[in-house]
Design a protein. Sequence first.
Length: 245
Amino acid sequence: MSGRTILVTGAARRLGSAIAREMHATGANVMVHYNQASDAAKALVAELNTFRPGTAACLQADLREIEALPGLVTGTVDRFGRLDALVNNASSFFATPLGKIDLAAWDNLIGSNLKAPLFLTQAAAPHLLAARGAVVNITDIHAERPLAGYPLYCAAKAGLLGLTRALAIELAPLVRVNAVAPGPILWPEGDVFDRSAQVQIVAHTLLERAGCPQDVARAVHYLLEDATYVTGQVINVDGGRTAHL
């Protein structure tokens, strides 16, 4: 990936930062997108630039504001001269019990998980086509196996999975589009799953253990760099959980 440029959304923390570190280690330039985590984004950029000065930068945007998305693309190209890959990682996650779903929840969950990846990929498409690049969307195993109490989130991620396959058609044959669907890798922040729920979920995986962010990052790395004959696919990084849900 030496000399190539990757834009990773939601890259300041958690899975996004692991993906940014993994891809930077391949020799790529990395644009770290963030919304509110300014300090974390700047710290990550400083960390990456200690290894290879001038190869990482960050840009702020609220991905739910569609008019801001072309600026992420132009900002990346202005900084590094090209855009070879896009990782749509940024995501909102919270419960929406049926009967309590409102338009604010719709705008938040659909906006971050589905609308933003579509419009950001559309904005990036000319550069990705010129570079014969790739896109990886971070979906969720619950895109295909819904989680009780989270119908809107699951629908948004299901839409992103469908969008992945549709964009693979639209951007073929020059640009590959794939997805990675994490299972129990990082628990959501807050008290969404208590300790007993976590133990039960992990016990239901075939490998009987939780994964780590690097497991997802390595799958992204494979799809961006090595999977030259793979497009329109999803890799479930879930310890085998979806094999018998």
